[in-house]
Design a protein around this ligand. Structure first.
Ligand SMILES: Nc1ncnc2c1ncn2[C@@H]1O[C@H](COP(=O)(O)OP(=O)(O)OP(=O)(O)O)[C@@H](O)[C@H]1O
Ligand SMILES: [Mg+2]
Length: 379
């Protein structure tokens, strides 16, 4: 078994480099989510893998075969788009059957009436219909086989598109924001269906989304892309808790990670607003100290941060603060029962475990931290 292997892919559109030497390796049967802001090149990368777009440089292997110069039909990939791209005049059953009919029947056998008279057509059509029904059943489309796309809801149409993708067991699934036309609750339900389909089929998958919660909940690994480059590819927990680039740290996580301007002296001691914060870092000069909202707690000593508002989210509270000497807005995530730890006058200091501190150098690259005490505070 082989997965999908992209090596040094570059693509230029009218003088703008949209892909800058992208490499991506998806293991056999793995589900990789490609996430990044609008316009960063996600669809272009996916379209290059599918063969709809030709890269200027680089190579693509799918299932162990070099496919860089092959047409889309020669690559054995199934693609699912945001717009379902169904044939409006065909029934659900016929729509799902299209890729099988194209592969298993010759042009004469596909003729509506004459085709059925040719030898072998009947048997081939029967197996196609059996496979189509099986794919349709697995997605709950059994009762809708004779309807046309116009008679289905958006979610049902997307399921037909998914059934059409899985019906022929391709070497790779390529999905480009397949859920973005669905409403919120259907999106969450269909997420789970796609993960289940992927598990059952065991097909290497690249799933493009700009929705980080989709990427984090669905994927084995998440590739974070920005401005035509993959910045980091790692498990969902790793891109969240152990980002190697400041742009990954700020893109992943909602609310956004807190970032504080910091400075490391020649001795590596890190200071925020002139105050040492209990750690030494590998490097010196301008740094950024980044802390997740749930990694900071209010402390009673020191009254440097003013509470500007509290949002109740049900399972947690978001506390919006402004730090006096830093001037930056900060967000804390607290358990609802910890509301009492906020002093009534609305001013707090902040403490955080140094093990949770993420520090990035002037170029945005993560630097190692050596704790001088277990905890630090911003006073
Ligand atoms: N055929 C094309 N001709 C010229 N420019 C293009 C073409 N296709 C894409 N681009 C440009 O390339 C960049 C990347 O586009 P792409 O569609 O890959 O982004 P994306 O990450 O999928 O964004 P989104 O999340 O909005 O779908 C954009 O700036 C886009 O305008
Ligand atoms: Mg796109």
């Amino acid at each position: 078994m082989h997965g999908i292997s992209v090596e040094g892919l570059s693509k230029d559109f009218g003088g703008t480099q949209v892909l800058r030497g992208v490499s991506l390796h998806v293991a056999a049967g793995e589900f990789v989510a490609l996430v990044g802001p609008s316009g960063c090149g996600k669809s272009t990368l996916l379209r290059c893998i599918a063969g709809i777009e030709q890269p200027d440089a680089g190579s693509i292997r799918i299932g162990g075969r070099e496919v860089t110069r092959l047409r889309p039909s020669g690559r054995d990939v199934a693609m699912v788009f945001q717009s379902y791209a169904l044939y409006p005049h065909l029934t659900v059953e016929e729509n799902i059957a299209v890729p099988l009919a194209m592969r298993r029947l010759n042009a004469a056998q596909r003729l509506p009436f004459l085709g059925t008279l040719l030898p072998g057509t009947r048997a081939a059509r029967d197996t196609i219909m059996r496979d189509v029904r099986q794919a349709a059943e697995s997605l709950g489309l059994g009762p809708m086989l004779s309807r046309r796309p116009g008679q289905l809801s958006g979610g049902q149409r997307q399921r037909v598109a998914l059934a059409r993708a899985i019906v022929r067991h391709p070497a790779a699934f390529l999905m480009d924001e397949p859920l973005s036309n669905l409403d919120a609750s259907l999106r969450v339900q269909t997420r789970r269906e796609i993960v289940a389909i992927h598990k059952a089929a065991g097909v290497s998958t690249v799933y493009v989304t700009h929705d980080q919660s989709e990427a984090l909940t669905m994927a084995d690994r998440v590739a974070v892309m920005q401005a035509g480059e993959i910045l980091q590819i790692a498990s969902p927990t790793e891109v969240y808790a152990d980002p190697q680039d400041l742009r990954v740290a700020t893109f992943i996580g909602s609310p956004r990670i807190n970032t504080l301007a910091a400075e490391a002296g020649a001795d590596g001691v890190l200071r925020v607003a002139g105050q040492a914060v209990g750690m030494r870092v590998a490097g010196s000069g301008a740094m950024t100290l980044a802390l997740r909202p749930e990694d900071m707690q209010p402390a009673v000593a020191g009254l440097s941060a003013a509470v500007e508002g509290v949002e109740f989210l049900g399972e947690s509270l978001l506390v919006h603060l402004r730090h006096a000497s830093l001037g930056t807005p900060l967000v804390l995530r607290l358990a609802p029962e910890d509301r009492d730890t906020l002093p009534p006058e609305g001013k707090v200091a902040l403490r955080f475990p140094i093990a949770r501190a993420l520090v990035f150098d002037g170029a945005g690259k993560r630097v190692a931290v050596h704790a001088l005490s277990p905890e630090a505070s911003l006073v």
